[in-house]
Design a protein. Structure first.
Ligand code: FE
Length: 148
């Protein structure tokens, strides 16, 4: 599903970092969730690039608190994937935003639900170590917010 190599920066042990290469045709959110479980990452961040042929985004309308999902099925370059890792109900909780470019160089993007790799997906995952970042559902906004 993926391969990874740990990153060492001098003798710094502030954060554990991994270069993560997810296999072709895998779904990014699913693979990254599995990696977080394997490494027991309870707080962190992720960034990366890659190529995909399908992406589903979710838009929350603040007025109605209703979700509108949209899927794009075409070959696209991930120009930016950025997100954070936390925990909800003791499971990894990924909050990822993705921007990708189409054949004509226009971009689409948003809050990522899922994306299917067609080519490669190269991520850098930073584990914040013993930090535990938890989330809970917030009635007012309809969002899963940090529970500090
Ligand atoms: Fe979001």
């Amino acid at each position: 599903m993926y391969k990874y190599q740990k990153v060492y920066v001098n003798n710094s042990e502030l954060n554990d970092r991994y270069v993560l290469s997810i296999d072709n045709h895998e779904e990014i959110v699913e693979a990254l969730t599995r990696f977080c479980k394997e490494k027991n990452i309870t707080a962190g961040k992720v960034e990366g690039i890659g190529a995909i042929n399908e992406a589903t985004f979710r838009f929350l309308d603040p007025a109605t608190k209703k979700y509108v999902d949209k899927t794009f099925r075409e070959q696209m370059e991930i120009t930016n994937l950025t997100g954070n890792i936390s925990q909800k109900d003791k499971e990894p909780y990924l909050h990822i935003h993705l921007t990708c470019s189409r054949r004509d160089y226009t971009c689409v993007g948003g809050h990522l639900l899922s994306a299917r790799i067609n080519g490669a997906c190269e991520l850098l995952v930073t584990d914040f170590g013993l930090t535990k970042l938890k989330r809970r559902f917030d009635e007012k906004t309809g969002l899963n917010l940090y529970d500090f």
